[in-house]
Design a protein. Sequence first.
Lengths: 470, 314
Amino acid sequence: MKKLIAIILALTLALALVACSNNNGDNKDNNSSGNGNTVINNNDNSGEDNNGEATGSQYKSVDKIVLWTLSNDLKQFAERYTELTGNEVEVVVFDSADFATKINQTLGTKSKDVDVFVGEPQMLPNFFEAGFSADLSALDEQVKSRLVGYTYEAGKDEDGVLRAISYQACPGSVIYRRDLAKEVFGTDDPDEIGKLFSSFSAIEDTAKKLQEKGYTIFGDTGALRWFSNSSSPWVNDKGEIIVDQDRLDYFDCAVELYQKEYVAFAPEWSAAWYASMAGPLPMHAEWSGLDEVAGNPTTQIFSYVMPSWGALIVRDNAGDNKGLYGVCSGVCSFFGGGTFLTVNEYSAHKEAVQQFIEFCTLDDDTVRWWLEASNGDVVSNLAVLEENKDYENESFGNQKTYDFFMGEMDKIDYSLVTGYDDACKDAFGAAIISVQQGEATKEEALKGFYDLVIATYPELSIPADAPINQ
Amino acid sequence: MAVKVKKEETNAAVKPQGGLAARRDRKGILFCIPFVITFLIFNIYPVFRTLQMSFMSYKGFGKETFIAFDNYKRAFKDAFFWDAFLNTLKMWGVNIVLQLGLALLLTIIFNDMKYRMRGLSIFRALFYLPNLIACTSVAFLFKTLLDWRFGTVNQILLDAGIISAPVNWLTGEGLTAQMVVGVVGAWMWFGNSFIMLMAGVQGIDRSYFEAATIDGAGRWKMFTKVTMPLLRPIMLYVAVTSLIGGLQLFDLPYLLSGTKGQPGRSLFTAVFYLYDMAFNKNQMGYAAALAFVLFLIISVFCAIAFKLMNRKED
């Protein structure tokens, strides 16, 4: 009998020790990532509530999910996921400049160190082609019917297999000053102001009218680049580089705005550009500190062209101008950026990771929570967008911004996007700059554009009806 | 017979005489293994892997397709690569002229009997200092100094009346920006050349100078007829090593141009172009071929330079 009691006690003690050591093991990893990047570990098992247990029971238990990302947003998702499921998520945030290289190097060795990683739309085709992203076809139907259309298209590989899902949608808009619009054009109605940006020639006229009142239409002509995919892809199915009339109009408009000083010469992301959202700024500030250009004549920037996250930047930097902005359509609908989640093909926890992605993108409660937590991010979940479409946004003069962005999303034509877009846009931008600065004529610059794109991608060709052949 | 015995004795002296010596030899090999392994992994393997990639259509990920010499044919026809190579030569040209000229001038001053300059070791350290500063810091420093509106250089030149309007050093004319890179490079590396030339001059037998003095040679004659001819091999060595480094120029123009190679494409160097192809355009196979084309070019330049050096020695 004594022996039996001793055995039972010993087993109880052993089990207790095992349980304790598991806890210690979990905590042990809390502060180490081993790669020198920002890491947050979310392993708060102490505060499990009833709600957490109930929701958590749907999720597969896993020791730890390792997430590589570009922004801090997903730390909040990870914290919430851990609270609800008890599963630990280690979030490693990388600088965007190194991210694609880091993924290529790490997953090129079929590493299992990462379970889930993010990508922006332009990175995704490379990740898919490299075989880094696992098949998410199991979620295809849900994503197709419940998320914004273009995000579904962007998450598919060239064979149409779903491999990445985004919790965001980033349609573009022109963010304009309502007070200046009323003063110069007599109205601040988004539909009416949208007409002033409906074509490149309309933009030139608008810029001229603004200059007459002492205002500038944009920070610099780089704002126009968002409209470069207006009607044709940069490269068609035959592998020909397309410079259609819209692109030529874009070229001419950018040169005119520059040469007639219709813009403030404050490039996106410069100190002056940020400051301009709250008030007047010195002309020709470029990348200088504001104190350095304090003596220059001042102006006020009328509008900014950016994806939906840009509207939040304007709102957050508006200062006393908060509430004086509105959003309207431009020459064409466009999108930019957005965080897509994809499962590492070599992860040991594919099922759990897929559940995590589902949690971030398709779980309506989570998306509702994120809308609040992010203070206005535009999400990809259609049901949540629909719920918020009548929300009147105080920061934008009580405009129904979700309703507006939903309309813009519908107009995005993802078939215009190609893998050559970045290289073509960069080369076209360089051609525009060379004419703006008087280094080349338009013909020379266009020839240089074609030469550069073909030098980079020899498989492409110049069509017979290209502007340089006419 | 006597000769044979002597040869055997010599061999016996060289050969290990017992087990202990043999074990020592083997231990020596063991000590070399870490270096050899590291060298094979980090030096030899990448070279062969790059060579292999240069015959492939490869993005740096995904499938590799064998395309034989297509990447090399493309490289020889790629006008943008050759433009970048020409840019490299221009920047290196300015750099080497200033670098060698300044180093030579300082060498003459510090070796002149008449001036008897003191504190050579301090000056040597000071001149070498720019070489020790990280290129990122140098680029940041010169970007600030050369800012066309608020930079110190323009302010000084304007105040002194040397220029009437600010010069756009880095974002105006392509040629100006190339000159700036050359000058900054010379500032960074002239200390190194100075140390080598000083060593070269100090290695010249003093009797040559004494003989020239007795023959009535002046300082200029002594410099042109004694110092320069004897210093030429060192100068050639400095020029060749500078050329090898110069053709691989990347960091300074990359940073000074804000990573874009601007103005125009004037600050795109051959290696900058290679880097852009590999990591921005995802054309790793083509970039590998460019690396080998560059290697071939540098080899040819080196061969010519060594030929010149050897001819002089003969």
